[in-house]
Write a protein that binds this ligand. Structure first.
Ligand code: GLP
Length: 245
């Protein structure tokens, strides 16, 4: 695990965007695994800016997002599909047919997850997987559990995730209780992992991810076993890791 210290959110975002744009420049038809949440928004906006300046071209890139709320259609403004269009895809020259998010509107969880797993596998898995981290150490929607998950599956969100994500909804009751998420094994199949984290409320999770035991009680800790994982985190998120890297 390589830890890159960023001064603040803007610095973290630019560093992450630099790594993603290098991937796209080196392999224009690469597969990117993408994440939602507020953390990667700055990196997405930076990439839009560089695209507009002519520095990076997404015309051949394929993307696969980590997760989607169960029960939300693509058009729902709270869906991750909508989020990706708004924060990233609408600002770059990606072919929307090459962008993929699990189908939250399919009530048949097994079929929806199986189909998504096949799509990601057929694409050869991501060259680069961007990740954020939940305050409880979750990645995608892989919540703390007794075992690491494998493929895409349907999860019950924990109370802490529902509460954390409620800031993006009008009321806590509006937060869906379930989601479809790539499993930990699928995430680990990416050839490179880029984890971004900022803020004090991520400090414990970042510490446990980087220096805690590799255990499903902190799903992100498995990234210690990935051969090419880069963590870009700001001062506050790294505040409990001082002197350890
Ligand atoms: C959500 C997403 C995760 C994300 C996490 C942290 O639950 N499913 O992919 O990493 O929240 O979000 P944020 O970046 O807003 O703190």
């Amino acid at each position: 695990m390589k830890i890159i210290h960023a001064k603040d959110y803007a610095d973290m975002s630019r560093k992450a965007a630099n790594i993603i744009s290098a991937q796209v420049i080196l392999k224009p038809d690469c597969v990117l695994g993408l994440a939602t949440g507020t953390t990667p928004i700055g990196a997405y906006h930076q990439l839009i800016d560089w695209y507009k300046k002519g520095d990076v071209d997404f015309s051949q890139v394929k993307t696969y997002n980590l997760d989607e709320y169960r029960g939300l259609t693509h058009e729902d403004p709270q869906s991750y599909h909508y989020f990706m269009n708004k924060e990233f895809f609408s600002g770059i020259n990606i072919d929307l047919a090459n962008t993929h998010v699990p189908d939250g509107a399919n009530p048949d969880a097994e079929a929806a997850c199986k189909a998504y797993d096949k799509m990601v596998a057929d694409a050869g898995y991501p060259d680069l997987q961007l990740l954020g981290i939940g305050r409880n150490g979750h990645i995608g929607f892989n919540e703390p559990a007794d075992a690491f998950s494998k493929g895409t599956h349907c999860v019950d969100l924990t109370e802490s995730t529902i509460e954390a994500n409620s800031r993006l909804f009008e009321k806590e009751e509006d937060v869906p209780r379930q989601a479809y998420t790539m499993g930990v094994q699928t995430i680990m199949n990416a050839r490179m992992i880029l984890m971004v984290a900022n803020g004090k409320n991520k400090a414990q999770a970042v510490h446990d991810m980087c220096f805690g035991p590799v255990a499903p009680s902190c799903p992100a800790s498995i990234l210690q076993l990935h051969a090419n994982c880069v963590v870009v985190a700001d001062d506050e998120a790294l505040s409990l890791c001082e002197g350890q890297y």
